[in-house]
Write a protein that binds this ligand. Structure first.
Ligand code: ZN
Length: 93
């Protein structure tokens, strides 16, 4: 699926339609020192440490793509619901 890098859609901050820059969301780098990460490491430690069975045969064959729309006038970012898609590309319009 191809989508243009720029679209016009509603901005709740400007309360009108504005030109939006479209980009793909990427998860940030995980920090080993974060509280949840430390807790997870502690629970996995030792005999019988695996908390849940490792996924051997995943049911899904695709990954979700989340798009971020950035308003060019007020720089507000809006995320959309993730869509499952095999191949995704942003093209210059
Ligand atoms: Zn705006």
């Amino acid at each position: 699926m191809n989508l243009p890098k720029e679209t016009r859609s509603y901005c709740p901050k400007c309360k009108s339609h504005q030109t939006m820059k479209v980009s793909i969301y990427k998860a940030g780098k995980r920090r080993g020192s974060a509280a949840g990460e430390r807790r997870h490491a502690l629970r996995k430690k030792g005999y019988g440490g695996q908390k849940f069975p490792k996924l051997a045969k995943p049911a899904k064959t695709t990954k979700k793509v989340t798009l971020i729309e950035t308003c060019t006038t007020c720089k507000k970012k809006m995320m959309n619901k993730g869509i499952r898609i095999r191949k995704f590309e942003l093209i210059a319009a």
